[in-house]
Design a protein around this ligand. Structure first.
Ligand code: FE2
Length: 332
């Protein structure tokens, strides 16, 4: 059946990236423009990141519209990520999306950022009912759909796995993000150092592991400590993912979030998947990391499923959880 033509514009600003994307009903990407904060040393300060987003917003919107060749009249729905994320940054995206919706008289939807990661990941990899490994800077969750919600089967009890890698990198002099360099080191010569492995039921704790790796890195070879940190953290994540697969009897794993770019993580997940007959999916890099694609596609999915929001329902929510969303677009 031919799908009704829908064009959706999404605005992303939960963390380091301000992004605007435009997609159609077939998840064809008409534009995906963004501007991200990086540093050569040190981490991110929320107020400074929000200021960056404020300064680049108009330019990114303009570029996205030009690249897509789409006019304001052709857009059916405007969405933005309303959480979770850094409050000052979320507000910039919400403001930009509201301004466009009001100026162009379009429906406005605030969507959940992790749900956006999941749905764009599913659409671009064609997987149907995965256990989702959402691994990014601030977030680390093992998620799966059951009875009208995305349920969290396991999650970090302290910090996100990406933050662990960035904090470790920062302590040995790298800027943000440090993950890509550490991932390259993973495949170089190294010695494995035994490190704290902290899985509590289905949840994960990373702070003890990070402190231990930082202490080892100051005394011994940094590459050994980096390898052992990645290996231990990813093994913890893989163990919980495997138990979620066993519990739910699902046969697919979808890795999303910035840490999905890690070859080391993909390799470990694939080894586990091969051993138990589960297929591992990773979306193209541009859809793993934060971008306007997430809210653009998620907004389209919810718009198509008939969701509507009044303006007061579009307030940002820095603590917005993936399991708070009523998933009315998946039919059991
Ligand atoms: Fe994200």
């Amino acid at each position: 059946m031919k799908q009704k033509k829908i064009i959706s514009l999404g605005c992303e600003s939960t963390a380091h990236t301000f992004g605007i994307a435009i997609v159609d009903q077939n998840c064809k990407i008409l534009a995906n423009e963004k501007d991200s904060v990086t540093t050569t040393e040190g981490g991110m300060v929320p107020r400074e990141v929000a200021n960056h987003h404020f300064l680049v917003a108009a330019d990114v919107i303009e570029r996205a519209l030009q690249k897509s060749g789409v006019s304001a009249e052709q857009i059916d729905v405007i969405s933005f990520s309303k959480g979770p994320g850094m409050g000052p940054c979320l507000k910039v995206g919400a403001l930009a999306a509201r301004a466009l919706a009001l100026a162009w008289n379009k429906p406005l939807l605030g969507v959940n950022h992790p749900v956006g990661h999941i749905e764009i990941g599913k659409a671009l990899t064609n997987c149907k009912d995965p256990i989702v490994v959402y691994a990014s800077g601030a977030n680390t969750q093992i998620i799966g759909y059951q009875n009208g919600r995305y349920r969290v089967f396991g999650e970090t009890l302290d910090t996100g796995i990406g933050n662990v890698l960035d904090s470790f990198g920062r302590s040995i002099g790298f800027g943000f993000p440090a993950g890509p360099v550490l991932d390259q080191w993973y495949f170089q010569e190294h010695e494995f150092l035994e490190m704290p492995y902290s899985v509590k039921g289905m949840d994960l704790v990373f702070s003890g592991l990070l402190t231990y790796a930082q202490q080892k890195a100051s005394k011994q070879n940094q590459k050994d400590a980096a390898y052992s940190l990645l290996h231990t953290a990813f093994a913890m994540l893989t163990e919980v993912t495997e138990r979620a697969l066993a519990h739910t009897e699902k046969k697919e794993v979808l890795i999303v979030g910035g840490v999905a770019a890690s070859k080391a993580l993909r390799q470990m997940m694939r080894q586990m998947g091969d051993a138990r007959g589960a297929k591992v999916f990773v979306p193209p890099f541009a859809a793993c990391v934060d971008s306007g694609l997430l809210p653009a596609w998620q907004g389209l999915v919810e718009f198509r499923a008939g969701k509507k929001q009044r303006l007061e329902e579009t307030a940002v929510n820095p603590m917005f959880r993936v399991d708070q969303v009523d998933v009315n677009w998946i039919k059991n």
